[in-house]
Ligand binder design. Structure first.
Ligand SMILES: [Zn+2]
Length: 274
């Protein structure tokens, strides 16, 4: 019944043209829901209505941008109607942590293992200064990755996914290279063959986690900025076909990288500006 109501209200909005993508219906557990073309946002307190509306607008913009960056564009329209992706906003971090079971330092929640992933849902909370520029683009990229790679997501290295998710965060792209230069100079970066099998949750030192994320982002920036978008699309296409990362890399950058070691060697020279 609720779905039917949603469809009717959306039909009315669509037929009226571009008045507003948002409307409100009451949903279970005290949440209010508003929707846009590809997303539904739920919030608990009326003071978060404006946050939810802005989250929908921002998510729509990011959806198109991430789609363009990973070559997902031809799937535009897929996340519509009952397939919309969800954004759940809690009023504070305590209720967020209670709901997700996530530790207090966690700011957004999308994980390959979680039930939220299977429901294409981002869970976050109100009052985060970095929500629109960091949390939302990062978590949304994860959801789009999982949707796009589907059953082959398991063969996509976690660092690759984390690198692209960070690439979508505002203003992050430019900082990784400088941060990594002293790390590479002192031989302390994570070797690519090790990186390929690592998950950030397996690292127990903050410094290592920092290097893991910076390196992940930096490799993506290196690939996109040095060798262009088309080769990167090809790499994603190969991964989507279920190829191992190294095979996908050599197929899409055939004349440039013949192995992971080649990629690492060139990336090291790029970081050191040689
Ligand atoms: Zn992430």
């Amino acid at each position: 019944m609720k779905q039917l109501l949603s469809i009717i209200v959306v039909l009315i909005i669509v037929s009226l043209g571009k008045i507003s993508a948002s409307f409100a219906i009451q949903v279970d557990e005290g949440f209010t829901e508003i929707v846009s073309e590809h997303f539904r946002a739920r919030f608990l307190t009326s003071s978060d209505r404006e946050l939810a509306r802005r989250a929908l607008d921002r998510a729509e913009y990011l959806y198109k941008r991430v789609a363009r960056d990973i070559g997902y564009s031809r799937y535009d329209g897929y996340w519509t109607w009952e397939k919309r992706a969800g954004i759940i906003l809690f009023p504070d971090q305590i209720s967020f942590s209670r709901f997700t079971g996530q530790p207090a330092w966690s700011v957004g929640y999308a994980s390959r293992e979680s039930i939220f992933f299977h429901n294409k849902t981002i869970v976050s909370f109100s009052g985060q200064a970095n929500f629109f520029d960091e949390v939302l683009p990062h978590e949304l990229t994860h959801l789009m990755f999982w949707d796009y790679f589907d059953r082959h997501i398991a063969s996509v290295p976690v660092w690759f996914e984390e690198g692209v998710a960070q690439l979508e965060e505002t203003g992050k792209r430019g900082i990784a290279k400088d941060a990594l230069r002293p790390v590479v100079q002192s031989g302390k970066h994570i070797q690519f063959r090790v990186l390929g099998n690592l998950r950030p949750s397996e690292l127990n030192q903050d410094a290592q986690v920092g290097i893991y994320y910076a390196e992940s982002l930096s490799i993506i920036v290196f690939l996109v900025e040095k060798y262009g978008q088309e080769a990167f699309y090809q790499l994603i296409k190969e991964l989507r076909g279920g190829q191992s990362f190294e095979k996908a890399l050599t197929r899409s950058y055939g004349g440039i990288f013949k192995s992971m070691d080649d990629l690492e060697g060139r990336w090291v020279r790029y970081i050191l500006d040689e």
